[in-house]
Design a protein around this ligand. Structure first.
Ligand code: ZN
Length: 86
């Protein structure tokens, strides 16, 4: 049972998608996110590129906590500590 890591191209239906590594660019608000060596599927005939869905999901899972203000509502220890500058 040997499955090759190739899929037929959804665009030209003639080529095969091969797993390659590209630099992924995404805009996050005012920031430009650049991820080198990001897994992507590239058609060997028409050049269609599709970023790997699992890698994208992983990437945005990593990004999502940092894009929000992380507050800990249950962390009530050190209540007497003033919120002054360090
Ligand atoms: Zn193609």
């Amino acid at each position: 049972m040997s499955t090759e890591d190739t899929f037929s191209c959804p665009k030209c239906h003639a080529g095969m998608l091969h797993l390659t590594e590209l630099t992924y660019f995404a805009r996050l608000g005012d920031e430009l996110l650049v991820v080198p060596k990001f897994p992507a599927w590239t058609c060997d005939i028409c050049g269609y590129v599709e970023y790997d869905e699992q890698a994208l999901a992983w990437l945005y899972t990593l990004l999502s906590p940092s894009m929000q203000h992380r507050e800990k509502p249950s962390a009530s220890r050190g209540a007497a500590q003033p919120s002054a500058k360090e």
